[in-house]
Design a binder for this molecule. Structure first.
Ligand code: MEZ
Length: 598
């Protein structure tokens, strides 16, 4: 056992202060939950890691801190393999994230997953949930900021749109910096479940699915109530197959194809076996970023876009968690900071009737990217167009993917009866669910559906599923009238056999629900996606009020408005992030290489 000398402790506390701890935190190194305290309790002084000649230097990525953790404790995977318990916080869909995303040297540790999940974790520190948006102190005037860097392209946001833009700009020869305000990369893309829409792909052809760009355009426009910008929708559909190929070349598996609401044919691409698409794609993008040694910084919030007298965007003012304020001068900026579904006040401002609803989004989806864009002169459009997803597990923030319904599940109410075409558009399914007693529904499926979609296993793991060996036993478990549920299933199975759903006109009836066991998850609508955002051109240039593009400023993904109109179709979001991320990256690289007027 190593012993602490008091001088080492004092040095450790001083270092704690230097590393951003409050005086109280630094003065209480023994406090439970602080890693400094835990280490001190085990006889390991701060100075064993920090200080002159020591390996741990604290940057905003906290890279060397994490290297320090891994050196003693092993990788996240190794720690995960050792940990026990039904819910293991070291093994999750968040992938290989930094230890410091959850653990703090001089602040209480938290379980990052607690931002979305509500499970009880038996962990050796009092978990505190991270506040979604830490208020930034008033930023200084850019001119007074002395720390300056220079690059070709800055990308704000590290979801799929941002990472694809960054990889594309890098591959076109630009020097790129990616800035992410959260402690982990991936944004909402990390949580994407059902898949990525694309028309006329080789994976569809292999399964004999006949699709076309025109049909994808038609479905997307109809789903969006024709409020969409047709030219953007055409790009989405025309480029979609190439975007699937692009991801496949990077190492992704999108070979499974299923159906989402509002689609005329199966065009939603996802990994074999029906695994969730988002975590897989984010993993692939991260690996490609590492391979290219891309400069990706977490804990790095952009507080302002910089512009010159001619209105050209010339860089960003950044607030790093440890570094403080600094500026990056850039020849082009790509904004890919996502939407605002995790900002209940903003949601209620645009849609008062959504007040108090749960959300499926990650905590960083607060809409501050929209503020940055608007402050730089970008025009916002369709801000009141907010999508609620019909199936969030009741009492939680867990999205039950539309793919479960796409693969055959039905929705029944508390009377045990169907009430809607389950694969209609999300707005229609949500409205119908809110009209049912209790404003919720049960998503009912059988073992056949379970076996068809790997991601359903996760809902069992999270204990969201009720089950029964027969329809009647399931009915008892969810407290609906047994005879009614049995009759509903019989009628539905007859419709499947007849290939026609006379009652609700469900257009796709992939399988009968006859294989025990029978399962149900209670679901409620929740805020899922914000269709509005910055107006962009077909080249992803951010448009100003005068109808002209703002030079040097590009945007892609949920921070933009126009692609989805009044209602986004499931599977079109990941498709949008890849296609428009690629365009934004290429445009930004081109703008960076073009001679820039002073
Ligand atoms: O695109 C989406 O939002 C999507 C596919 C969600 C889901 O239900 O899985």
């Amino acid at each position: 056992m190593r012993h602490l000398s008091s001088s080492r402790l004092i040095l450790g506390c001083l270092l704690g202060l230097l590393l951003g701890a409050s005086p109280m935190q630094a003065a209480l190194p023994q406090a439970p939950g602080f890693l400094a305290g835990q280490h001190a309790k085990n006889g390991i002084a701060c100075a064993e890691c920090h200080g002159k000649g020591r390996p741990v230097k604290v940057d905003d990525n906290e890279t060397t801190v994490n290297e320090g953790c891994v050196r003693c404790h092993g990788s996240l995977k190794e720690v995960g393999a050792k940990a026990q318990g039904h819910i293991n916080p070291h093994v999750s869909h968040l992938g290989d994230i930094a230890c410091t995303a959850c653990h703090g040297g001089h602040r209480g540790s938290w379980a990052y997953c607690g931002n979305c999940h509500g499970f009880e974790l038996k962990i050796p520190f009092p978990a505190t949930v991270m506040k979604p948006a830490e208020a930034a102190p008033k930023p200084p005037q850019p001119a007074s900021v002395r720390r300056r860097e220079r690059t070709d392209v800055v990308v704000i946001g590290s979801g799929a749109a941002g990472m694809v833009a960054a990889l594309t700009a890098h591959d076109a020869g630009a020097k790129v910096v990616v800035l992410e305000k959260q402690p982990i990369t991936g944004g909402n893309s990390m949580l994407a479940a059902g898949g990525m829409n694309a028309a006329a792909t080789r994976f569809q052809a292999k399964k004999g699915i006949k699709d076309s760009v025109e049909l994808m355009v038609k479905d997307t426009m109809t789903g969006g109530k024709n409020l969409n910008e047709l030219e953007l929708v055409k790009i989405l559909a025309e480029q979609s197959a190439a975007s699937v190929e692009y991801l496949t070349e990077l190492g992704a598996d999108l070979s499974d194809v299923g159906r989402m609401g509002g689609a005329s044919v199966d065009r939603t691409h996802r990994p074999q076996g029906g695994k969730a698409v988002g975590a897989h794609i984010v993993d692939v993008l991260r690996a490609n970023a590492v391979k290219r040694k891309l400069d990706v910084r977490v804990n790095s919030r952009v507080v302002r876009l910089l512009e010159n007298r001619q209105g050209r965007i010339t860089g960003v003012l950044v607030q790093g968690r440890h570094r403080g304020f600094y500026r990056i001068d850039a020849k082009a900026v790509v904004l890919a900071a996502g939407g605002f579904s995790a900002n209940p006040e903003r949601v209620a401002h645009y849609q008062p009737t959504f007040q108090g609803m749960t959300s499926s989004n990650q905590p960083g989806a607060t809409g501050d990217g929209l503020d940055l864009g608007a402050a730089a002169g970008g025009v916002l459009k369709d801000m009141e167009q907010i999508q609620i997803h019909p199936s969030i597990a009741a009492g939680s923030r867990i999205l039950i993917t539309e793919a479960v319904r796409g693969n055959g599940a039905i929705l029944v109410n508390r009377e045990g009866k169907r009430f809607v075409n389950e694969i209609t558009t999300r707005d229609a399914a949500s409205k119908a669910t809110l009209a049912q007693p209790g404003q919720s529904a049960f998503m009912v499926f059988d073992e056949g559906v379970r076996q068809s979609l790997k991601q359903i296993d996760g809902y069992f793991h999270l204990e969201l599923v009720k089950e029964g060996a027969t329809p009647e036993a399931l009915a008892a478990a969810i407290q609906v009238p047994p005879q009614a549920l049995k009759e509903t299933l019989d009628r539905y199975n007859q419709a499947v056999a007849a290939k026609a759903d006379a009652e609700f006109k469900r257009p796709d009836l992939p399988r009968a629900l006859t294989t025990p066991k029978f399962y149900a998850i209670e679901v409620k609508p929740g805020v899922h996606y914000t269709m509005g955002g910055l107006k962009i051109s077909t080249r992803t240039e951010v448009m100003a009020k005068d109808g002209k593009p703002i030079p040097g400023f590009f945007a892609a993904g949920e921070v933009t408005g126009g692609v989805h109109g009044a209602n986004r179709l499931g599977g079109n979001s990941i498709s949008e992030t890849i296609t428009f991320g690629r365009i934004a990256g290429a445009q930004a690289a081109a703008a960076a290489h073009a001679p820039v007027k002073p």
